[in-house]
Design a protein around this ligand. Structure first.
Ligand SMILES: NC(=O)c1ccc[n+]([C@@H]2O[C@H](COP(=O)([O-])OP(=O)(O)OC[C@H]3O[C@@H](n4cnc5c(N)ncnc54)[C@H](O)[C@@H]3O)[C@@H](O)[C@H]2O)c1
Length: 260
């Protein structure tokens, strides 16, 4: 089945984790992928798998916060492929700390990558989609954009803002045939969350896992599947939505341990 046959998809954060899994899945579904990341992806792994099945795909090394660089990259992508059908904004970083202890520089780093780094690629891609009068954009928010988490002030604020940016763009661009949605994943096993497997944090990770009603962490491929749904025509009447991909984490709380 090729749900994205003949389409062009721009994906940020393609060197790792969820962005790389989206690249591999979208390529398998027939898309040409234009990847953007600050880090270069290795030949092995998900990006290599994407290029193996969609050899026309291309990679651009750029910082998603850099307006001039991203404008140039998007213009090169349009010159090379002629159109952009979908955008997945998966570049992002983690960042811990409560407001009282958070250095301004750390606050600004997390807000700028997660929020400004979602705005900048969207700005130039939506201009192209407006000319086409068609397109689908998916931002990466988080369960932490829907509810607060201890010691996550900047991350919570950045991801909450991404949910409202999603709704804003759905309102501003819907009349042009452009759909904008976001994903709110729970704990996903990627390099971003690897630190939680360290001996000091493994108990915290377990409590986090236990908050997911499926009692496990998710895999990047499971987020890529939800991204595929949102960019595909199967979601042709879905816009302005924040879709939890969280194994039931935001569904509610259990008060007793589940039966064995
Ligand atoms: N892993 C999770 O549990 C989880 C849960 C919810 C939401 N998310 C969100 O999903 C997105 C992807 O996360 P992931 O787990 O795949 O992380 P990851 O660390 O595996 O991948 C993130 C990628 O973003 C790139 N990146 C970082 N800063 C950049 C910049 N300034 N310019 C260009 N590229 C940059 C990194 O180089 C990396 O390749 C992030 O926005 C993250 O907040 C992740």
């Amino acid at each position: 089945m090729s749900r994205l046959e003949g389409t062009v998809s721009v994906i940020t954060g393609t060197a790792s984790g969820i962005g790389a899994a989206c690249a591999a899945r979208f390529a398998r579904e027939g898309a040409i992928v234009a990847g953007i990341d600050l880090a270069k992806p290795g030949d092995a792994g998900d990006w290599g798998r994407a290029v193996a099945v969609a050899p026309d795909s291309g990679f651009w090394q750029a910082d998603v916060r850099d307006e001039a660089a991203i404008e140039r990259v998007v213009s090169e992508i349009v010159s090379r492929f002629g159109r952009i059908d979908s955008l997945v904004n998966a570049a992002g970083v983690a960042g811990a700390g409560a407001v009282g202890e958070l250095a301004l520089a750390e606050w600004e780093r997390v807000i700028s990558i997660n929020l400004t780094g979602t705005f900048v690629p969207s700005k130039f891609v939506v201009q192209q989609m407006a000319k086409q009068r068609r397109g689908s954009i998916v931002h990466l928010s988080s369960i932490e954009g829907l509810e607060a988490m201890e010691q996550q002030a900047a991350y919570n604020a950045s991801k909450g803002a991404v949910v409202l940016l999603t709704k804003n763009m759905a309102v501003d661009y819907g009349h042009l045939g452009i759909r904008v949605n976001c994903l709110c994943p729970g704990l996903i096993d990627t390099p971003l969350t690897e630190v939680l497997k360290s001996p000091e944090l493994v108990a915290v990770r377990q409590r986090f896992v236990d908050g997911h009603m499926l009692r496990r962490a998710g895999q990047p491929e499971e987020v890529a599947g939800a991204a595929l749904f949102l960019v595909s025509d199967d979601a042709s009447f879905v816009s302005g939505h924040a879709l939890a991909v969280d194994g039931g984490y935001t569904a509610g709380r259990r008060l007793t341990d589940p039966p064995a």
